[in-house]
Ligand binder design. Structure first.
Ligand code: TYM
Length: 337
C-alpha cells in the first residue's frame, strides 16, 4: 500500500479549509501546496470544514455546491486519495461529539481573546454562538486525529495555540488522552496580502474582488488584477513590508511562486510594471496544472463523491477511537450507541 510508506509512527498531519468562498492564492501558497508535499512524508488527514462554514450565514444550496467544488479543487491541486485521507467534517459525527467535551475544558476568556472572532463579530448586530465557539470545533478537528503537525497560514496560529492549551489542560486534568499538536507555518507565502488593500490579508470573504486572485481566475483576470495592484509611493522596487506593503507583497508572491527570496528578487527590477508582469506570469504558470486537473475532475463527479465517502470512513475509524478515549477519561458511562 502506498499510503504511510514514509510516515513515522505518531507522525500525523491534519489540516482544514472552509468551503465558504473561492479558494485564492493565499490559501494555495499558505496551506494547500504544503498539504500536497506533506501527503508523501506523513500520514495526512485533510478536512473540508463545512460545519465551520455555518458560523456565518450561507445559502444551503451554495454550501452544498461549494463543499463539492472544494473537494474537486483539492484533488486538482494535487491531493491524491491513495496518499492522504480527504473528507468532509460533517460526515464524521465525532467532530461535534468531541467539541462538547472540549467546550467543557475551555474558558470564555480564552475564546474572547481570539482575534479572528473579534474581526468576524465586529459590526454585526447578532453573532452566532458557533462563531464564538468556532476555535473549539477546530481543536476537536485536530485532536481527534492525534495530529502532531498542522500546516496552516499565519492567521491560524492563535487557533493552534488554543488547541495546544486545551489538549494540555485536558491531559493534566483527565490523564494523557490527546497528542499536543504543532503549527507548521511556511517561511514564504504564510500571509499573502490583498492586492488592492495590502494592509489586509487576502481573504475568501469577497469584499475585495479586485484584490483577491482566485485559483480559478482566468489568465486575463490574473493579469488585470496584478496590473491594478496598489503599489507604494516612489518608484523604487525594494522589499520592506512596513513602508512598502504593496510592492513587498508582490515580491513575496513572486518569491513564493518561483522559489527565490523577495530581497534578492527586488534587485532584478527597476520599475513596478515589469515586476507586475513577472508576478502575473509566475502565478499563471503555477496554476496552469491545477486548471487542467480540475477540468478532468469536473467530468467525473462520481469519482469525487466516492473518494470523499472512503475518506470519511477512514477518518471515522480514527476519530471514533479518540472520542471513546476522551469520553472514558472524563467519566462518561460507556453506552451502546
Ligand atoms: P481558511 O479556510 O480560512 O483557510 C485555509 C488555509 O489557508 C490559509 N490562508 C492563508 N495563507 C496565506 N495567506 C492568506 N491570505 C491566507 N488566507 C488563508 C489559512 O491559514 C488556512 O491554513 N479555521 C480554518 C479552518 C480549519 C482548520 C481546522 C485548519 C478548521 N479546522 C483544523 C487547521 C486545522 C480556516 O478558516 O481556514
Amino acid at each position: 500500500m502506498l499510503r504511510n510508506m514514509t510516515a513515522m509512527p505518531g507522525d500525523r498531519v491534519l489540516s482544514g479549509i472552509q468551503p465558504s468562498g473561492d479558494v485564492h492564492i493565499g490559501n494555495y501558497l499558505g496551506a494547500l501546496r504544503n498539504w500536497v508535499v506533506d501527503q508523501d512524508a506523513h500520514d495526512a488527514f485533510y478536512v473540508i470544514v463545512d460545519l465551520h462554514a455555518l458560523t456565518l450565514d450561507i445559502d444551503p444550496a451554495e454550501l452544498r455546491r461549494r463543499t463539492f467544488g472544494l473537494a474537486a479543487t483539492l484533488f486538482a491541486v494535487g491531493l491524491d486519495p491513495a496518499r492522504c485521507t480527504l473528507f468532509v467534517q460533517s460526515h464524521v459525527h465525532e467532530h461535534t461529539g468531541l467539541t462538547w467535551l472540549l467546550e467543557c475544558t475551555t474558558t470564555m476568556g480564552e475564546l474572547r481573546r481570539m482575534t479572528q472572532f473579534k474581526d468576524k463579530a465586529a459590526g454585526r448586530d447578532s453573532v452566532r454562538v458557533g462563531l464564538f465557539t468556532y476555535p473549539v470545533l477546530q481543536a476537536a478537528d485536530i485532536l481527534l486525529y492525534d495530529a502532531t503537525r498542522v500546516p496552516v497560514g499565519e492567521d491560524q496560529r492563535q487557533h493552534l495555540e488554543l488547541a495546544r492549551d486545551v489538549a494540555i489542560r485536558f491531559n493534566n486534568r483527565y490523564g494523557t488522552t490527546f497528542t499536543v499538536p504543532e503549527a507548521a507555518v511556511p517561511k514564504v507565502g504564510a500571509r499573502v496580502m490583498d492586492l488592492a488593500h495590502p494592509e489586509n490579508k487576502m481573504s475568501k470573504s469577497a469584499t475585495s474582488p479586485n484584490g483577491t486572485v482566485n485559483v480559478f481566475d482566468t489568465p486575463d483576470e490574473i493579469r488585470r488584477k496584478v496590473r491594478r495592484a496598489v503599489t507604494d509611493t516612489g518608484s523604487a522596487v525594494a522589499y520592506d513590508p512596513v513602508t512598502k506593503p504593496g510592492v513587498s507583497n508582490l515580491l513575496d508572491l513572486l518569491a513564493a511562486a518561483t522559489g527565490g527570496s523577495p530581497q534578492e528578487l527586488a534587485g532584478s527590477f527597476d520599475r513596478y510594471g515589469p515586476l507586475k508582469d513577472a508576478v502575473a506570469e509566475a502565478l499563471i504558470e503555477l496554476l496552469r496544472p491545477v486548471w487542467k486537473r480540475r477540468e478532468e475532475l469536473d467530468d467525473d463527479p462520481a469519482a469525487v463523491h466516492g473518494a470523499l465517502a472512503r475518506g470519511a470512513e477512514r477518518a471515522g475509524d480514527v476519530a471514533a477511537a479518540t472520542l471513546a478515549r476522551a469520553r472514558e477519561a472524563m467519566g462518561l458511562l460507556p453506552g451502546k450507541r
